[in-house]
Design a protein around this ligand. Sequence first.
Ligand code: KG4
Ligand code: ZN
Length: 355
Amino acid sequence: MSGPLVLAIESSCDETGVALVEDGCTIRSNVVASQVALHAPMGGIVPEVAARAHLRWVVPVLEAAIADAGADWGDIDAVGVTRGPGLAGSLLVGINFAKTLAFVHDKPLVGVNHLEGHVYAAWLRDTPDQALPEPLFPLVALVVSGGHTFLVEMRDHLTYRLLGQTVDDAAGEAFDKVGRLLGLPYPGGPAIQAAAARATGADVIFPRAWLGETYDFSFSGLKTAARRVIATARADEGLPADDPEARLSPERQATLARGFQESVVDVLATKTMRAARAVGARSIVLGGGVAANAALRARLTADAERRRIPLLIPRPGLCTDNGAMIGAAAARRFEAGERAGLDLDARPSLPLARA
Ligand code: KG4
Ligand code: ZN
C-alpha cells in the first residue's frame, strides 16, 4: 500500500455511511444504510428521526465496512468524518462516533466538509486498476444536492473559489418539492427522472432563470411556475385542488416531469460549460445527489464532448451521500498534515468556499 487507509464516516443527512478508502481513491468498502424508506411517509426528512436512525445503524454499518474490506484496526491510518454542513443532530452522531473510535484505537482524526466530499467522489475508483481518468486542474466542479447547488473552480487540491451558487432553493430541493406537487413518491429526484423517461407527449416548456451572465442559480421561480402548471393540469383532469390523494394521470405526470427536468438540466449544464470555458478548465467534475440524474449526465456528457473537456461524473451510488467520498477528501487532508482535535464540533452551516 502506498497511501493511507482511511476509515470515513458520513452522517450529515439521511444516509449512514462508513467506508474504507486506500490512497485517497480506491474503495476497499463502502456501506450505506439509507433512511429513505423511513422518511418517505412524511414526504421529507424529520431531523430527530434521522439522528436516531444514525444512532441505530452506525455500529452495524461500521462492522460491515470493516468486514467487507477485510481490514482490521492495525491497517487503518486515520479516521475521517463529516463535520458539516448538515443536520446538527445527525452530524453529532457521526462525529461523536468518529472521536470515540479515534480515541480508543489511537488514530488521528480528520474533519471533512461534506461538500468537499461530493467533489472528491470524482477521484474514487472501485478497484485499483479501474481505468478512470484523474481530474486535471484547473477544474470546474458543479455540486448539486438536496441542500446545495454551486459551481467552484479548483486550481489545486483542497482549494476552492466560489463561482456561483443558488440564491434560493437547491436543485435537489426543487426536484423534491415538484415531485410532491406531481404526486410522486419521496425523494422527488429519482421519481421525476423515472416519470420523465416515460414521457411521450409534446413538451411543456418551463421557465429558466438565467440571472444574467452570473454563475448563480435560482429555482424558486421554477417551483412557482410548476405549481401553477400542475394546478391547471389538475383542473383540466377534473381533480379536486385540495385532495393530494387524487393523482394526475401517469401521462400528464410524465410530460410535466420531463418539462421540469429539462429546465433544471438546461440551466445547470449551460452555466457549467460557460464557467469551464471562462476559467480554461482542463476538466469538469459533477457531484451531489442530483448528479445521479440520467438527463443531466447525458446533457453534460454531450456538451463536454463537443468542447473536448474531460468530464468526470461518479457512478450514481457515489453521487448520493456515502462514506467513500468523505474518505477520499479525508485522505487528502490527512496527507496535507491536517488533524482534528477531540474537541471537533459539528458545523451545520459550514461553507466550502468564498468568492
Ligand atoms: O447529495 P445527496 O444524497 O444529499 C444531500 O447532501 O443533500 O442529495 C440528495 C438529493 C435529493 O434532493 C434527491 O431528490 C436528489 O439528490 N436526487 C436526484 C436523483 N437522485 C437523487 N435528483 C434528480 N435525479 C436523480 N436521479
Ligand atoms: Zn450530500
